[in-house]
Design a protein around this ligand. Structure first.
Ligand SMILES: Cc1cc2nc3c(=O)[nH]c(=O)nc-3n(C[C@H](O)[C@H](O)[C@H](O)COP(=O)(O)OP(=O)(O)OC[C@H]3O[C@@H](n4cnc5c(N)ncnc54)[C@H](O)[C@@H]3O)c2cc1C
Length: 276
């Protein structure tokens, strides 16, 4: 079976689905085909994360990440409201518990303000006004952070996109057709030909890049994040984070109130034997 399309997207996580959604809205009439190896959307990172709508407070002012995160946070809240997806702008606390963290906390205040994010500095006695059970030497309150359920967001993106989304379709061969785009074969033998390929394969994106004949010059090393569920969720009102340690590429173990009212504690980072 062969199909012609304009854009082939590999991966139906939030990146692939929002790419398909945006393309079909901005270019009416464009044909977008999404190939997803699982039987539904958001079966990997997107449906298994902390559910936080990040404000962009951490990112270097003016950087693509900072602009993308600040705009994206506002758009995500709007998208959830428009589509009746459970969400809440809870705000978040970043709490310093050691003296060595204070300069880094202060730097975050500067960054947040330069990124146009409402950030309030708190002394130890002001922390309980936001989180009665939290203690620290200092904290900042970031007003625009929120929570949502990204599994539902992905499902709604899939349903409202005009794209042809094919589940159970694992791309296993990609060939470039000189000047004529790409041909992607799924494991079941289906071939989709498109003018453009967008690789949104999440933790498999380096492998997909190699399938397409590119050398991404990096390899994904999988870590697994584990969470505990707080037995007494009433102890936490919203989101409580540590000051990130620049030695690690993670935000640190945080307390996150989900849209279901439960509170997760995590993630840690465990070197994993497999990507999925
Ligand atoms: C523990 C943890 C907590 C996080 N918490 C947050 C948070 O609170 N807030 C936040 O904004 N971000 C958070 N993130 C990050 C966020 O979840 C990811 O950045 C985001 O989900 C990535 O989306 P994606 O579409 O790139 O990847 P994925 O969701 O992994 O989707 C990739 C898709 O590609 C498919 N695929 C792969 N190979 C192929 C192939 N060959 N053919 C067809 N399909 C293929 C996969 O099956 C998968 O469905 C967290 C991440 C982790 C790991």
């Amino acid at each position: 079976m062969r199909d012609e399309t304009d854009v082939v997207v590999i991966g139906a996580g939030i990146v692939g689905l929002s790419t398909a959604y945006a393309l079909s809205r901005q270019h009416p009439g464009i044909r977008v085909t999404v190939l997803e190896k699982e039987q539904g959307p958001a079966r990997h990172q997107t449906g298994r994360n902390s559910g936080v709508i990040h404000s962009g407070v951490y990112y270097r002012p003016g950087s693509l990440k900072a602009r993308y995160a600040t705009r994206g946070a506002a758009e995500m809240v709007r998208f959830c409201a428009e589509h009746g997806i459970p969400h809440e702008v809870t705000g978040k606390l970043i709490v310093a518990t050691g003296r060595e963290e204070l300069p880094r906390l202060h730097a975050l205040v500067q960054r947040g303000r330069e990124n146009g994010i409402p950030v309030r500095e708190l002394g130890p006695s002001q922390i309980p006004a936001y989180e009665p059970e939290a203690r620290g030497l200092a904290a900042i309150h970031v007003a625009t952070t929120g929570i949502c359920d990204y599994g539902t967001v992905a499902r709604v993106l899939a349903e409202s996109s005009k794209a042809d989304i094919r589940y159970g379709a694992e791309a296993d061969l990609i060939s470039r057709r000189l000047g004529r785009g790409v041909a992607v074969r799924a494991k079941d033998g289906t071939v989709v030909r498109g003018r453009v390929l967008v690789n949104c394969a999440g933790l498999q994106c380096d492998r997909v890049a190699r399938l397409a004949g590119d050398d991404p010059k990096m390899r994904i090393v999988p870590f697994r994040g584990e969470y505990y569920e707080l037995a007494r969720p009433e102890l936490v009102r919203g989101l409580v984070y540590p000051v990130p340690d620049p030695a690690f590429p993670f935000l640190g173990v945080h307390l996150t109130r989900g849209v279901d009212g439960g509170v997760h504690v995590g993630p840690n980072a465990v070197l994993a034997g497999a990507r999925e």
